[in-house]
Design a protein around this ligand. Structure first.
Ligand code: ZN
Length: 127
């Protein structure tokens, strides 16, 4: 393998939104709140995480989290934002222990594979 090939391999393995969003801390304590029905969602729950990223930003910002009941109504992007990429990813909530603070926090873990991306809109879709 030449040096050029090695460079190519590195650039094609980029972080997917799913990977970037996995491990996102959500909610407070052991529960998060659904953005639409305000129900409490805890460990093991199937959820959808909605996030956006403006083109000049490198990190995704979590906009909302929805429980599985609200997914049919909120699992798609109906009003794309100009200048921002938006994504809705399916996953589940897991409780992670934090040894440093002797506490637990709820984190989002994205499902794997293309089917986990429920919807996506690019920065140019908001016209
Ligand atoms: Zn809900």
């Amino acid at each position: 393998m030449t040096a050029r090939d090695a460079d190519h391999v590195v650039t094609t393995i980029s972080t997917t939104p799913q990977q970037a969003l996995s491990g996102t801390a959500v909610g407070t304590g052991s529960f998060a709140q659904c953005a639409s029905c305000q129900c409490s969602i805890g460990e093991g729950s199937t959820v959808a995480l909605r996030a956006h990223r403006f083109t000049d930003e490198t990190r995704w910002t979590t906009a909302a989290i929805h429980c599985s009941r609200c997914l049919p109504d909120h699992g798609t992007i109906t009003t794309p934002t100009t200048g921002a990429a938006e994504i809705v990813v399916a996953g589940r909530l897991t409780l992670r222990g934090d040894a440093a603070t002797q506490s637990h926090r709820l984190v989002f873990t994205a499902d794997e594979g293309p089917a986990a991306v429920l919807d996506y809109s690019g920065p140019d879709d908001g016209h």
